[in-house]
Ligand binder design. Structure first.
Ligand SMILES: [Zn+2]
Ligand SMILES: [Zn+2]
Length: 271
């Protein structure tokens, strides 16, 4: 089996655990039989800030390049970024990407909606969950159509926090919008990720859930990465096997990896 964890954070991320050093994450990956580890620290873009505001890029990327060398033959270290909402400040989003040609892989995520506020902080008693997710999908669609990324991240991100707060939205009403999003991504030869962090939280499923992953496959989507969204070494590789099984059941026979922003495909097997 070829295991890849394509969404992880180190302590360079504002929400990474203090013990989540690059080495600790790499060691955890090796111990769990993972062949490729993409380190995708948060690069969230804010309306009025320079991109370097949130991430110490000057130290992170040289350290990742060194780790890539150091682990050669034992673990393929993939230099990634989780680039949040570049539409908040398109110039800074573009500047980040052009300043960092060493990037192998970019997850395009939306975390922050109005006023640079992360959905994490939303109070769903005040914010109507249906409206929030509807608007979230509009932002993802804008991102998918007009910006640079390799895969769009956790397309059901707000549902995770809604679940934590005890709210559930009926996904049926969003299927047309989600299908439209998929078609844009596929037309641009990009992909989505299957984010496994929901298994460690209240929602107890993948982002997107299997039904939506199957829809992506049926629309012709073949570029798919699997990621735990680990923010500490203990979570590296968690539920990767379950994630591969779900991908297989939804029709996928290959998973995608990236090097120098170029996809490759690896066979997966069912149970
Ligand atoms: Zn994220
Ligand atoms: Zn993340």
């Amino acid at each position: 089996m070829y295991f890849t964890d394509y969404h992880t954070h180190t302590r360079f991320s504002f929400d990474g655990a203090p013990h989540a050093t690059i080495d600790a994450m790499c060691q955890a990956a090796i111990e769990r039989g993972i062949s490729e580890l993409a380190i995708t620290d948060h690069m969230d873009i804010f309306h009025l800030q320079k991109y370097s505001y949130i991430l110490d890029c000057r130290h992170l990327y040289p350290e990742l390049l060194a780790a890539k060398d150091r682990y050669k033959g034992r673990l393929k270290v993939v230099i990634g970024a989780e680039l949040g909402q570049p539409m908040a400040n398109p110039k800074e989003g573009r500047r980040f990407l052009s300043d960092h040609p060493e990037l192998d892989f970019v997850i395009g995520s939306v975390h922050q909606m109005e006023n640079d506020l992360d959905v994490y902080y939303y109070n769903f008693r005040k914010h109507d969950p249906v409206q929030v997710y509807d608007h979230y999908l509009d932002l993802l669609t804008e991102y998918a159509a007009d910006y640079d990324y390799d895969v769009i991240g956790h397309i059901t991100y707000p549902l995770r926090y809604m679940a934590e707060a005890g709210f559930a939205v009926n996904i049926e009403q969003f299927l047309d919008k989600i299908e439209n999003l998929y078609r844009i991504i596929i037309r641009r030869d990009r992909g989505i990720e299957l984010n496994l962090s929901g298994f460690r939280q209240s929602m107890q499923t993948t982002m997107p859930a299997p039904k939506l992953l199957k829809l992506y496959y049926e629309c012709g989507g073949r570029i798919l990465t699997l990621g735990t969204d680990a923010h500490r070494p203990e979570d590296v590789g968690a539920f990767l096997r379950a994630g591969q099984d779900i991908a297989y059941e939804c029709g996928f026979r290959e998973l995608t990896t990236f090097e120098n922003r170029t996809p490759s495909f690896h066979k997966i097997m069912g149970k």
